[in-house]
Design a protein around this ligand. Sequence first.
Ligand code: CP
Ligand code: NVA
Length: 315
Amino acid sequence: MKHFLKETDFTASELPALFELAREFKAKRGSHAQPLAGQTWAMIFSKSSTRTRVSFEVGIHELGGNPLFLNKNDIQLGRGETIADTARVLSRFIHGLIVRTYDHAEVEQLAALGSVPVINALTDLLHPCQIFADMFTLAERWSGNNGGDMVHSLRGRKIAFVGDRGCNVANSWILGANLFGMKIALAGPPGFDAAPEFDALLAREGYGGAYEFTTDAYAAVKDADVVYTDVWVSMGKEEETAERIRVMSPFAVTPELFAAAKPDAYFMHCLPAHAGQEVTQDVLDNPRSIIFDQAENRLHMQKAILATLAQAVRR
Ligand code: CP
Ligand code: NVA
């Protein structure tokens, strides 16, 4: 059974076919095959979502399947039914499961105990669907959109992640950069390093120490092909809002900081953005800001992930 809980659940050799499928789904939207016909994929969400929820619901529908959205509080999981029982019961009804939650161990348990593919739609630790869509967005630009060459076009490029350098999107970028052969430098205030759980995961994947952390945003963006940021207060961290804004303010992506990257560098943000905090409105509106392409490509890349995982579903 193939799951997508972290970037490295796809091997480097599987990436060209995945990107080719996403490219085909994007090019033939409305007239492609429907590999999820007759299937129901459930989506258990414990956190808010605009892009992830809508792109999965639309994507499953466009692949011929039925999306079943379940707010955690509407099902017995929200009243204490165990993840183990939830996984086993849902596996009797559905063909795949998409989960957005806090504790990454929950998606691992659902994958281990159920008998259907599980996709991580964001945990406190990782956001792999975002990073695969981001990689596709960059590869479209750098490869001229040529299928297998798309993945190759990412190799050797440098991304600078500035701001909350220990958040899920930053962690996923570290894993993704290593998987795709990119360089990554992260800049943010001291005290917001990756969780020990993430360093343990990196070491298990054979990538220990494969990233650069600095408290100097200008050093991180030097020679960067991409400047990336995310909110300073991720979902679940709201109690730390005042402190986070205070210490992260020097790490806002301003026009000056963006100009210190390569002259043709792209600006990226997973969204939602807080203009005036982690990034200025000028940078969000810059012609080299590709934030809405990133958002659109969530749909095409997730359809490719769904179609690939659905091959393993037998009924
Ligand atoms: N980028 C992203 O995952 O957005 P949502 O929280 O709106 O799904
Ligand atoms: N780091 C953010 C990403 C939102 C898509 C959060 O977890 O809230």
